[in-house]
Design a protein around this ligand. Structure first.
Ligand code: 1PZ
Length: 215
């Protein structure tokens, strides 16, 4: 597991990455956003192989964004704001159906953005849960309230099946590697407003540009 490879790996570090995402004038740095996601994927992989099909899709999308960042137009991809402007101004986004630009930064990031909302809802449930709470229930409730609305039936079915393989609350807290349950709850209380702000800034940007439904 990740915890064995890197004894310093904790979910706190991952969530802290999202802290560095926002610039003073509330722009979202793509480099840090991507780094935050890579950390989440590492965490997800440490939960077991059942989640690897989910992690694989996330990794594909992270890689697409890294390629944009490292590409010849990388300077336009420094922030999510500059990315959206650059791709829209230059007609590099498929707006109605997937055709010429299946790997636009805008449509790719939108998928991670929607998943971030799931994460926010799930972690908030975890934060306010009790010892008796079931992670699978918290996870599927959060999913049904967010990401599932964007998924086809077959994906929803597969996701629902994977949720039942989630470790219980106590194990989940251990894997986070943050400390006692009380410390986990406190950490989540600190981290969630930051994730929420990154989500909201991105959501507003996409809404203003009318690109919340990119195919
Ligand atoms: C800790 C437990 C993990 C539960 C994760 C809950 C989310 C379930 C999502 C199931 C996604 C299944 C695989 C691929 C789906 C893709 O079709 C979609 C749309 O992309 P497109 O087809 O349009 O290119 N991909 C996504 O919605 C992105 C999903 C990313 C999931 C990341 C989960 C983050 C986990 C963090 C762990 C703490």
């Amino acid at each position: 597991s990740v915890a064995v490879e890197d004894p310093k790996f904790t979910l706190q570090e991952v969530l802290d990455t999202f802290k560095s995402c926002l610039s003073e004038n509330k722009e979202v740095y793509l480099e840090h956003y991507v780094a935050g996601w890579l950390g989440l994927v590492r965490f997800m992989n440490s939960l077991g192989s059942v989640f690897s099909f989910i992690a694989k899709d996330a990794v594909n999308k992270i890689q697409i964004l890294i390629n944009h960042l490292n590409g010849e137009n990388g300077a336009h991809y420094v922030t999510v704001q500059s990315m959206v402007k650059y791709e829209l101004d230059n007609q590099l986004v498929d707006l109605t159906k997937r055709a010429s630009f299946p790997e636009s930064g805008c449509r790719t990031l939108l998928r991670l953005h929607r998943a971030l909302r799931w994460l926010e809802l799930f972690l908030e449930r975890l934060r306010t849960s009790t010892e008796e709470s079931k992670t699978s229930v918290m996870c599927s409730e959060a999913y049904n309230e967010s990401l599932s609305q964007h998924h086809a039936w077959i994906i929803r079915k597969a996701a629902g099946t994977a949720f039942w393989a989630l470790p219980g609350r106590a194990t989940f807290f251990d894997v986070m590697n943050v400390g006692t349950p009380e410390q986990v709850v406190a950490m989540l209380g600190d981290a969630l407003p930051l994730i929420s702000e990154v989500y909201q800034v991105t959501e507003n940007l996409y809404a203003q540009n009318n690109i919340l439904d990119l195919p």
